[in-house]
Design a protein around this ligand. Structure first.
Ligand code: ZN
Ligand code: ZN
Length: 471
């Protein structure tokens, strides 16, 4: 079963790599990635892949201390044996930081060191890949990604998750020309990284639900073909969640192919919305609070899983309440934009400084509807809650089902397991949606005047706190 599912996913990926689809959604779907090699001994094929891609001249291999040990040293020696001209750069944490972050400084460092290089080889997972992807885009030189863990969808995505001026954000960036994922190396990564990969992959369902919600209520861009593609990425992995987390090689191939396919869907959609919604915003918020508190943040996919439990439970608690909403009263009582901006700035300034807070405030106000625009948006859902739900439901996974899958995958179920305090979680619930102009269930709950009111119920029901979420 597992290997059949893998064959199907890798088959879909190969078809997509060669495809240029002019879609009825109005966009042309394509990806610059040309090769994906997943399997035992894949790293040995690195020189061959580089030669097939016609990459020549000097290369810079980018890693950190951990990923260099995991695969970088081996990659370097394989490349040099094949007579490739390659130097290495090991990224260190910035002073005062406990872990390497994908921020301006390391990207600049890669830029300087790679000034005369013709291509980059990124050896690592989330952070190193984001640094190399951003640097490669800025330099206008291609890169090849060597995966050290099946921990996130970002290898193949057309976005880099960066911390710029203190704000965690995703910026458009060119995906790698090739992805090499050696399952021997991936199996040796800490088991938690696989769990994180499952968390990021399973985020597809809650995220796509938010994506559709934004399209139904605000007319935001949505592509049914991409939504289906992204769904294929995680559907087949769900069946093998248990095996994946036991570290079985065939299950790791399946997880890796699911992650790559989800990333390709993001690249083709030209937006991360199919696989990044409210739960991701909550995780971005926690990355920022960890940085300001000098705490080690948890892996992206682990935090995302908690954020998704919160958002999914919010959907479940919110919908039965929609019938009682009085749209006229809500529109009349809506705080003016200036007041909303003031509250946003007041919250974010102590966290990330006044300048960065100003930027977040601008982003947040850009999606803040008032008057007739708000009325139109809310009436759509209030006049027909079942009809709206019927459009979201095919993409939605219940909180109960997510909790079952997360348990099987060994994902954390409570905030404490990720070192997140209840106060940080409550702030993320109330304010994370303001980090991006993307509309999610967090915004809908706010707009319906129910976000604060449902807080205790949502946190208790989601099971993310060991004690009920009473203050
Ligand atoms: Zn489309
Ligand atoms: Zn993600």
């Amino acid at each position: 079963m597992t290997s059949n599912n893998y064959e199907q996913l890798i088959g879909s990926i190969r078809e997509l790599l060669a495809m240029r689809r002019r879609c009825p959604c109005g966009r042309v779907h394509e990806t610059p990635t040309q090769q994906v090699v997943i399997g035992r001994g894949a790293l040995d094929r690195l020189p061959q892949v580089i030669s097939e891609l016609k990459l020549t001249g000097a290369a810079l291999l980018v890693a950190d201390n951990n990923t260099f040990q995991a695969a970088g040293e081996q990659a370097l020696s394989i490349l040099r044996q094949a007579a490739n001209d390659v130097e290495e750069l090991l990224i260190e944490p910035e002073s005062g930081q406990r872990q390497v972050e994908a921020s301006e400084l390391p990207i600049q460092l890669v830029g300087q060191k790679a000034a005369d290089c013709h291509y980059l080889v990124a050896v690592g997972s989330g952070t190193i890949n984001d640094i190399a992807k951003a640097a490669s885009t800025q330099l206008g030189v291609p890169y090849v990604a060597v995966a050290t863990a099946a921990s996130m969808t970002g290898y193949s995505s057309g976005l880099a998750a960066l911390t710029i001026a203190g704000i965690k954000q995703t910026v458009p960036a060119t995906p790698p020309l090739a992805i090499i994922a050696d399952t021997e190396i991936i199996a040796a990564a800490p088991r938690q990284m696989c769990a994180a990969g499952v968390g990021d992959l399973l985020s597809r369902s809650p995220s796509s639900t938010d994506w559709k919600l934004a399209s139904v209520l605000r007319g935001d861009y949505f592509c049914p073909w991409i939504a289906q593609l992204a769904a294929q990425a995680d559907r087949q992995c769900r069946e093998a969640v248990g095996e994946i987390c036991q570290g079985r090689r065939d299950a790791l191939e399946l997880l890796m192919s699911g992650l790559v396919l989800a990333g390709v869907a993001i690249t083709m959609a030209q937006t991360s919305a199919p696989a990044s919604g409210g739960g991701h915003l909550i995780s971005h918020y926690w990355d920022m609070t960890a940085a300001t508190r000098g705490r080690h943040h948890s892996l992206h996919g682990l935090q995302v899983a908690l954020g998704d439990l919160i958002c999914t439970t919010l959907y479940e608690k919110l919908w039965p309440r929609i019938g009682e909403i009085d749209v006229d009263r809500l529109v009349a009582a809506r705080p003016p934009v200036a007041e909303f901006a003031r509250q946003t700035h007041e919250h974010y300034a102590p966290l990330i400084g006044p300048e960065a807070a100003q930027q977040v405030t601008q982003t947040a106000t850009s999606k803040y509807a008032i008057g007739d625009q708000l009325r139109r948006q809310l009436e759509l859902v209030v006049s027909e809650p079942e009809g709206t739900w019927a459009q979201l439901e095919p993409l939605f996974t219940s909180g109960q089902r997510l909790r079952e899958l997360f348990s099987k995958a060994g994902l954390p179920r409570t905030l404490g397991e990720c070192g997140i305090s209840l106060e940080e979680a409550e702030c993320a619930y109330r304010f994370a949606s303001r980090l991006r102009d993307r509309y999610t269930v967090l915004d809908l709950a706010y707009d319906l005047g129910l976000l604060d009111e449902l807080y205790e119920e949502v946190f208790t029901e989601a099971g993310v706190v060991s004690q009920p979420a009473a203050q």
